[in-house]
Design a protein around this ligand. Structure first.
Ligand code: GAP
Length: 608
């Protein structure tokens, strides 16, 4: 192993950073760990500027998909999600008094989703299938509610936006024009020994630098290689690797210097020959190469090049290629939008973090067309950022876990005017939840050139013809669901007993109401409860539970996030004809006449 001096290594790094592909290196101090050291991570983001005009994927690397400086900087404090819930009532049979902060881990979320029938691993009886998931009885309701809320908010309640539902497989020329065929790729490295593949921008290496005992000289004695994660995990893993190597080299007492992490898209061939593969522990990694993420299929009976087609990797292109159809069949005038919700497929190299990055997922996208002009797009872009945030809050996202990441400079594609991500603090760190991009006229222009059909707009007032510009809010259904579950996860104490519940916003809660007859062996009481249940069922997804003590049944409903429990008791049938409605979060109860139950619940669930 050659001994480089620390200074010359840093010089090499900075040379690398200015040569070759344009890159934007960010540096920040991370948490102290282990041997009293602190680490510096150099995160290189592939610049979209260097991508060809049609290279939408590269644009996405910095547009929507890359981890932002703000995101990375926050990972140090975001390794665990702090979820706070408070409750103050003292209801008749339960009193919730505690305010608890819970450190939420991804394992907790995954196991909760499985236990409660929200999300299962796909094809589990065949040992699963990486990057694919199945939504269970509660999950499918939750997902439907989230999509309905989006549609209601952005399509139904607006006169300037209409929806479409395009095919998943388009004419393959679509992907040539959009740039996906040439550029929708991630950098990948292979381990030659284990045959495992990794995303090069998600693997970080760092030189192991030690101070020589006798000379005080700093020397590089090897390299560590760690997966991207929160700072504490990366430093811990690097420290363990370094300690092992120092032991092997009989340098156990040498003083380790802080790690300087660089992602594998930025290292030279020489360095790569020294970086240990996470799989083999030996330097068996290839240099990075681009891997196209589109799933390929064949259409028709022939299985040759002429029949190749692709599963769409985003819903947006289905909107652009229908621009003229929608314009010609509606009375829309600029500015107007077209929305689409649907499946998208990406052959992600390393699907990770449950449904955060999967290979089959759903997107909710809007292309909002606006007049061209340098001074036109900004107010629209700003408005879309605030409208998007408002929507996310309205379905129950916790504001304190949200943030923004504004892409600037070489983080933007050359055709893009701006891009802002709305971020969320997931248990594994702050990451992009949604992107809002001002994309100029790039997409309609590319399809105009690719198809030979003019995708333009005629302004009746000015008598001008032009290609509209576009603002693109793009949100993943599954990623939003993960953020909503993280936001809803809560623990407190009720009557001195620990309670664990999901505080879903009533509008997206999979089950809105649980109807509970107080006892199951009094026929008139059960009959009244059943009639109420069937009435409520016509409006909402409602559950029926008559097994066990009432407190137990409340707890069961809390666990799956049912916002309201309606209890029919002896007084209902013998005295006042009223029922008790219990609020999940506060555990407070109100007594309401039977005929006011639906108006009351409508207000609480639907807001009117
Ligand atoms: N049309 C723009 C576009 O597709 P993107 O950043 O690649 O941009 C938009 O994706 C959103 O789709 C992301 O913000 C994320 O919510 C979701 N998304 C993207 N890739 C995903 C994946 N592999 N798994 C789950 N959600 C994903």
């Amino acid at each position: 192993m050659p001994n480089y001096s620390y200074r010359s290594f840093i010089t090499l790094l900075s040379l690398l950073s200015t040569l070759g592909r344009q890159q934007h290196q960010r540096q920040y101090a991370a948490v102290a760990f282990g041997l009293g050291q602190h680490a510096i991570r150099r995160h290189a983001r592939t610049a979209a500027v260097t991508a060809a005009a049609t290279n939408r994927r590269h644009a996405m690397t910095s547009f929507h998909r890359g981890i932002s400086s703000s995101a990375i900087r926050s990972t140090a404090e975001a390794s665990d999600v702090a979820v706070t819930s408070s409750s103050s009532s003292d209801d008749a049979d339960t009193s919730s008094t505690a305010t608890t902060t819970t450190n939420l881990k991804m394992e907790d979320i995954v196991s909760l989703c499985k236990r409660r029938g929200i999300i299962f691993p796909s094809s589990e009886i065949y040992n699963g299938f990486a990057g694919f998931f199945d939504y269970g009885p509660l999950g499918s309701e939750l997902k439907k509610n989230v999509k309905d809320a989006f549609w209601k908010n952005f399509v139904q309640c607006r006169e300037d936006i209409v929806g479409i539902d395009s095919s998943i497989v388009h004419n393959p020329t679509t992907w040539q024009s959009s740039g996906h065929l040439d550029g929708f790729s991630d950098p990948m490295v292979d381990c030659k020994e284990t045959k495992l593949r990794y995303r090069a921008d998600q693997l970080y290496c760092a030189p192991i630098i030690v101070e020589e005992e006798d000379s005080n000289e700093e020397v590089v004695v090897g390299y560590v290689c760690v997966m991207e994660g929160n700072d504490a995990d990366m430093i811990s893993s690097a420290t363990n690797q370094a300690k092992k190597l120092l032991k092997e080299q009989d340098k156990k007492s040498s003083k380790l210097k802080p790690f300087v992490f660089t992602d594998l898209t930025q290292v030279s061939e020489d360095v790569m020959t020294q970086v240990p593969s996470p799989g083999s522990g030996k330097p068996t990694l290839t240099m990075p190469r681009d891997f196209n993420l589109m799933f390929q299929t064949n259409v028709g009976a022939m299985q040759d090049a002429s029949s190749v087609a692709y599963l769409r990797p985003e819903t947006a292109q289905g909107i652009f290629i229908n621009f003229k159809n929608v314009l010609g069949t509606s009375r829309l005038k600029l500015p107007f939008g077209i929305a689409q919700i649907g499946k998208a497929f990406r052959n992600e190299i390393t699907p990770r973090n449950f449904i955060f990055r999967s290979r089959e997922f759903e997107q909710m996208e809007i292309e909002y067309f606006i007049p061209p002009g340098d001074d036109v797009w900004q107010p629209y872009h700003n408005k879309w950022i605030s409208d998007s945030k408002e929507f996310l809050l309205s379905v129950g996202l916790k504001e304190e876990l949200m943030g923004y990441d504004v892409h600037e400079g070489d983080g933007l594609a050359h055709y893009a005017r701006a891009c802002t991500d709305i971020t969320f603090r997931f248990p594994f760190g702050v990451q992009e939840l949604m992107g809002i991009a001002a994309r100029g006229d790039f997409d309609l222009r590319s399809h105009t050139e690719g198809s030979g059909k003019a995708l333009d707009y005629f302004d009746e007032e000015t008598k001008e013809k032009f290609i509209p510009h576009v603002i693109e809010p793009s949100l993943g259904v599954d990623r939003l669901i993960l953020a909503l579950i993280c936001s809803a996860y809560a623990e407190d104490e009720v009557n001195g007993e620990k309670r664990n519940y999901l505080s879903f916003h009533p509008s997206i809660a999979p089950v809105k109401v649980a109807v509970l007859p107080l006892v199951k062996n009094k026929e008139p009481l059960v009959k009244v409860a059943r009639e109420l249940f069937e009435k409520l069922q016509r409006r909402w997804n409602v559950s029926w539970d008559m097994t066990g003590a009432i407190g137990r049944r409340y707890r069961r409903a809390d666990e799956v996030g049912v916002p309201f429990c309606v209890t029919v008791d002896f007084e209902t049938i013998e005295e006042d004809g009223a029922v008790t409605i219990r609020d999940r979060d506060s555990t407070e109860q109100v007594r309401i006449p039977m005929d006011e139950v639906i108006p009351y619940l409508s207000k609480m669930i639907d807001g009117h």
